[in-house]
Each structure stands twice: as structure tokens, then as C-alpha cells.
Design a protein around this ligand. Structure first.
Ligand SMILES: O=P(O)(O)OC[C@H]1O[C@H](OP(=O)(O)OP(=O)(O)O)[C@H](O)[C@@H]1O
Ligand SMILES: O=c1cc[nH]c(=O)[nH]1
Ligand SMILES: [Mg+2]
Length: 219
């Protein structure tokens, strides 16, 4: 499995990430959503370097130019809720991509921190010969990405699979290495230290879904 850890190099990505993590700045919900979308755009740009391209000829006002365009049929799949803003960032760059939507949430056991991942909704185009990009900001235990991929897999087998997340843990990445197709490529803005006792990422950024859209009733 190929793992790309993008914040290893300095770029404006680190600036947006710092704002997403900052407990004062992240309370500005509109700015948090915008930064998440902008990180989606940067992840899309980095990922695009790994795509196949085909030669095309473009007529300019002054002549013609042999150049290239993306030669992959993309399907962007956002995981509800928290994946929505990141999904929009990918769509801002991959204009004509098809899209899939899947829900995944942590359903807690009664009076316990233990949880199962519930998948209740999936809308997905045909995946044969497509490049699937699964996006969710948080890769904590990795169980949501796993559950989402297993549900999507029932509908068809994509040619290529990319996973995109903003903050990940080493445990989460290891979990995906054990459970997803070995040719999957993972694109992560940053990799943090560990999970806490509630399986939240430390230091992470908090609850991504709540920061984007407000709190929800616990299941
Ligand atoms: O790697 P995991 O341990 O599975 O945790 C990560 C998941 O947790 C968050 O979603 P959450 O369940 O909070 O739902 P939400 O998007 O509605 O906030 C996040 O968006 C991931 O989907
Ligand atoms: O740290 C975490 C872990 C799961 N979901 C979040 O939103 N944040
Ligand atoms: Mg959440």
C-alpha cells in the first residue's frame, strides 16, 4: 500500500491544517468548512500527480499545443457527515467526476465507549474501470473507511482506489493496510500520535463533523 504523508513538506497545506486544529480559530464554523474544502483541493492536486494522462492537442489563439489531460474516470465518494466539505474540495478540481455518497457513523453500545460503524445509505455509480476516491477527514481507528469500502465493494470493483484523509493515526493506517486492497493509495495531510480512550485522535482537531455542521444527538 502506498502512503503519502503530505505535511512532511512545508506548504500552504500546513497553514490550513494549523487553522483547522487551532481551538480558537476552529470555532468559526464557516472558516473551518472553508479550510476543510481547501485541504480537499490540495489533496486532490497532490493525488492528481499519480493519475494516468493522455496526450491531447489544444488549439490556442496563436497555434496548437501538444499537452495532456487526465485519463481516468473518477468517482469521488464522500462519507457523511464529515466528508462533505472535503468532497467539495475534490470536486472543485475534478470538474467532471462522478460522485458517490455513503453514510457511516459510530453507533455506541449502551453505557459504554465501545461502538460499531453503521452504514445506512449508499448512492453509487457503476465502478468498473473507474478510479474510486474515498474521502473522510478523520482516519482514527480506520473502521469507518473499512465499513464504507466494504459496502461500496458490493456494488462493483473499481480499477484504482484512493483514500484521502486530513488527520490519521498510525493505528488507523495499519488497520487499512490489513483490510483494504493492497493496491490502494492513501493520501493524508498529517499523521498524529495516537488514539485516546474514546478513539479520538490526539492531538487531532476534535470532532470534525460537529465543527463543520454542529453537534448531533448521540446514537
Ligand atoms: O476511523 P474511525 O474510528 O472510524 O473514525 C473516524 C470517523 O469518525 C468521524 O465520523 P463520525 O462517526 O463522528 O460521524 P459524523 O461524520 O456524523 O460526525 C469521521 O468523520 C470518520 O467517519
Ligand atoms: O478524532 C476524531 C475521531 C473521530 N472522529 C472525529 O471527528 N475526530
Ligand atoms: Mg463526528
Amino acid at each position: 500500500m502506498e502512503i503519502h504523508h503530505l505535511a512532511q513538506n512545508n506548504s500552504v497545506l500546513k497553514h490550513f491544517l494549523a487553522e483547522l486544529r487551532n481551538v480558537n480559530i476552529q470555532q468559526d464554523r464557516m472558516r473551518f468548512r472553508k479550510n476543510m474544502e481547501r485541504v480537499g483541493e490540495l489533496l486532490a492536486y497532490e493525488m492528481s500527480k499519480s493519475f494516468h494522462y493522455k496526450e491531447i492537442n489544444v488549439e490556442t489563439p496563436l497555434g496548437s499545443k501538444q499537452t495532456h489531460e487526465i485519463d481516468e474516470e473518477l468517482v469521488i465518494c464522500g462519507i457523511f457527515r464529515a466528508g462533505l466539505a472535503l468532497h467539495q474540495g475534490f470536486l472543485n478540481y475534478f470538474d467532471n467526476a462522478d460522485n458517490a455518497f455513503i453514510s457511516a457513523y459510530r453507533k455506541h453500545h449502551k453505557n459504554s465507549d465501545a461502538f460499531e460503524i453503521e452504514v445506512e445509505y449508499l448512492a453509487c455509480p457503476a465502478l468498473e474501470n473507474k478510479t474510486l476516491i474515498l474521502v473522510d477527514p478523520m482516519l482514527a481507528t480506520g473502521r469507518s473507511f473499512e465499513a464504507a469500502y466494504k459496502a461500496i465493494e458490493q456494488t462493483g470493483s473499481p480499477k484504482n482506489i484512493h483514500i484521502a484523509a486530513v488527520v490519521a493515526t498510525p493505528e488507523g493506517i495499519e488497520h487499512l493496510e490489513e483490510t483494504l486492497r493492497p493496491d490502494t493509495k492513501i493520501w493524508i495531510a498529517d499523521i498524529d500520535e495516537r488514539l485516546d480512550e474514546k478513539d479520538y485522535i490526539v492531538p487531532g482537531l476534535g470532532d470534525a463533523g460537529d465543527l463543520l455542521y454542529g453537534s448531533k444527538l448521540q446514537h
